[in-house]
Write a protein that binds this ligand. Structure first.
Ligand code: AMP
Length: 424
């Protein structure tokens, strides 16, 4: 039975009974802020431009009203698609597809998900009869369209999810090609964590008199995340991370590495230390990535080491710890990375291991998020290498006054006057 208060909260936004029932089955009790704003606007048929990160409930924000609109119209005809959701990555496409299936479980609507890295023929066969909702990555959708498996001339609703990342990944030409195949009269919804110049330009050409929504201030990180920075030497990062996971007893840790090679090395080192770990990045097969993600979600894997592109859109509810083994090259990726922790009101921890060489990257991140990350040295892992000018890692605390359980390390020599001095 559907809880009456839950039903009322979602029904008041204009959603019908089968959708309210599906939402209640997911265990949601109240609409999230983005859902409050987005659902009525989409139901009215308005275009929407929303600044919303993963973790805000944005997927339901567009999916629920989209399904509500679709359930009142005729089904798609021969190879046609009525609502198209484009996502930058395979993982995000799969997740959105799961959401569409879950929210639409009491509806007579067809939905499908297509992405690259897997065989195309089964996708061609499935799409032949047409589908009401198609979730797709741009490249594979173009292949399918070129092979005549799918037609976009019936699209009523278009969603661009994580549009900033689609542009970062170079999908703009694919998106424009796909747009040209759709009827000009349609509803457009654009979701993006950030609104840089290129996104604004895309939005300008795409959206008609959009409702503009923002759930966290632009380029600000969610408030329920506690940030912390551990200064250390570059060469000792793998050792420090292994020490932290073991000594702090973290059980589900998402680690970001800058390179595929670095991600592999870190995962190997953790495995050697007896922790169940895996790496995901673009060189891994789709099967390996899906398996690693499933293992991480189920708790079988304790640590997942990912590059930015592979991790984009990973939705793991209430992930407690996100670690930056390396700082990202783009400051905005810091915001994307930590968007995976501290969701739905549960506090998360975003911990960065920062070496002197990353001074400039750190400054860019702190400028973007508008605050200084608190520093905390880990006893036994104090940095010995400093940049010129020295990395401002001062003002740090010692880690909780706890004794180091790490191996005894040679301390840097120096009396506070030499060039290795930390404090300025
Ligand atoms: P998203 O931002 O769409 O990736 O959603 C983040 C997480 O919040 C997902 O695990 C959703 O299942 C969950 N979620 C979405 N809407 C609600 C809601 N109204 N109440 C509680 N959880 C929600």
């Amino acid at each position: 039975m559907v809880d009456a208060a839950v039903a009322a909260a979602f029904a008041e936004l204009g959603l019908g009974q089968p959708i309210v029932q599906a939402v209640a089955a997911k265990g949601y009790t109240t609409p999230s802020p983005i859902q409050h704003q987005c659902i009525p606007a989409v139901l009215e048929g308005r275009d929407v431009m929303a600044a919303a990160q993963t973790g805000t409930g944005k997927t339901a924000g567009f999916t629920l009203p989209m399904l509500e609109r679709l359930r009142h119209g005729p089904h798609a005809r021969g190879g046609g698609v009525r609502a198209l959701v484009l996502t930058p990555t395979r993982e995000l496409a799969a997740q959105v597809g799961e959401n569409v299936a879950a929210y639409g479980r009491y509806l007579d609507l067809r939905s499908d998900v297509v992405f690259g890295g897997v065989k195309i023929n089964p996708q061609i066969n499935r799409l032949r009869a047409g589908t009401d909702v198609l979730v797709a990555t741009p490249g594979r959708l173009i292949d399918l369209q070129q092979q005549g498996a799918v037609r976009l001339d019936q699209v009523e609703i278009l969603v661009l999810d994580e549009a900033d990342r689609m542009l970062d990944m170079g999908f703009i030409r694919d998106i424009r090609r796909l747009l040209a195949l759709m009827p000009p009269r349609r509803q457009n919804l654009l979701f993006s964590a950030t609104f840089s110049g290129p996104i604004k330009a895309l939005a300008h050409g795409l959206l008609h008199n959009p409702v503009q929504l923002q759930v966290t201030p632009e380029n600000r990180t969610a408030t329920t995340v506690e940030h912390l920075l551990h200064p250390c030497d570059m060469a000792r990062k793998p050792e420090l991370l292994t020490h932290l996971i073991a000594s702090q007893g973290w059980q589900q840790v998402l680690v970001f590495a800058r390179t595929k090679h670095g991600a592999n090395r870190m995962a190997d080192k953790l495995t050697e230390a007896g922790m169940a770990a895996a790496a995901i990045h673009g060189n891994k097969s789709q099967g390996a990535r899906t398996r690693a993600l499933a293992g991480f979600k189920s708790g079988e894997l304790r640590v997942l080491v990912a590059t930015d592109l592979a991790a984009r859109g990973i939705d793991i509810h209430q992930l407690p710890h996100v670690i930056n083994l390396d700082l990202p090259n783009q400051a905005e990726d810091y915001v994307h990375r930590i968007g995976r922790t501290g969701r739905a009101g549960h506090p998360g921890h975003a911990i960065s291991l920062v070496a002197a060489e990353e001074h400039e990257l750190l400054r860019a991140i702190e400028r973007l998020i508008g605050s200084r990350l608190p520093r905390e040295e880990v006893p036994g892992f104090e940095p010995t290498v400093l940049s010129a000018p020295p990395l401002d890692l001062s003002g740090g605390r010692r880690q909780g006054g706890r004794p180091s359980r790490g191996p005894a390390q040679p301390r840097r020599s120096g009396n506070g006057n030499n060039r290795h001095t930390r404090d300025r």
